[in-house]
Design a protein around this ligand. Structure first.
Ligand SMILES: [Zn+2]
Length: 248
């Protein structure tokens, strides 16, 4: 369900049943002459639309204003919009605090931008990961007071952590494509992989006749196809089901 369309009774049900609450996170960035600037975020949004047809899910309004950087092209006339990660962190911390206040404890964000090395992180995902940690610490401390972790009630903390129930799991970030997926599907920027994915998920964001092969990163896009995109889509769906704990 889309959060902005939910009524309070539906929100209470989602909290009681611990539905995943998912933020599509991304950027607006130049993706060659043939792809829409929202590609990275649109891919997450469209994948969640598909996933929602098969599992209970709360989909938050997407956040497009990440730190795109101008590494690919300067913004003038090209469309990239870069918001500094230093500005993202306080925003994200407030957002996560707000969601915790509502009562959600199964919050996720998915991102598909500079995620080829997600463990080390890049500015947008690091800002949101850092914000999540900060929000959780502040939230628990306000609720339970200082010394909450040392309290006897937390004696099973390490066991809880092993079982996935500890508070630091209340908010989790995921790349749209994991290394297992790169092994089976091309990971690129506006090349064959992303172009195919857009063909499969968001045809209105692709104009192949505008492909400009003088950019090295778009050169492989000429080999893109909706069939290949559909394969990527299915691989991504499978990993999202797992990340969100869909019961088989
Ligand atoms: Zn991209």
């Amino acid at each position: 369900m889309r959060y902005e369309l939910m009524l309070p009774h539906q929100i209470r049900k989602a909290i009681a049943e611990n539905w995943p609450v998912v933020l599509p996170l991304g950027v607006l960035e130049y993706h060659g002459e043939h792809l829409a600037v929202g590609m990275d975020t649109l891919a997450v949004v469209r994948m969640l639309d598909l996933l929602e047809q098969e599992m209970d899910l709360v989909i938050l309004p997407p956040f497009y204003y990440g730190a795109s950087s101008y590494a690919v092209e300067p913004p003038e006339g090209n469309g990239s919009v870069h918001v500094d990660a230093g500005a993202l962190e306080p925003f994200a911390r407030s957002l996560f605090t707000g969601l915790l206040r509502v009562g959600f404890r199964n919050i996720h964000f998915f991102i598909h931008h500079q995620t080829e090395n997600f463990t080390a992180g890049m500015p947008t995902d690091l800002a949101f990961k850092f914000a999540a940690r900060q929000a959780i610490f502040a939230f628990i401390e306000k609720e339970r007071g200082e010394g909450w972790w040392g309290d006897d009630k937390m004696a099973d903390y390490y066991a809880q952590q092993a079982g996935g129930a500890d508070p630091f799991n209340w908010i989790k970030g995921h790349p749209l494509m994991t290394p297992e997926i790169f092994a089976a599907y091309p990971f690129d920027h506006a090349g064959q992989g992303e172009t195919s994915l857009m063909m499969a998920l968001c045809q209105e964001g692709v104009e192949m006749e505008r492909l400009a092969p003088e950019k090295w990163y778009t050169r492989t896009a000429a080999e893109a196809s909706a069939e290949l995109g559909a394969r990527g889509r299915d691989l991504i769906l499978a990993q999202m089901r797992q990340a969100l704990g869909k019961r088989p």
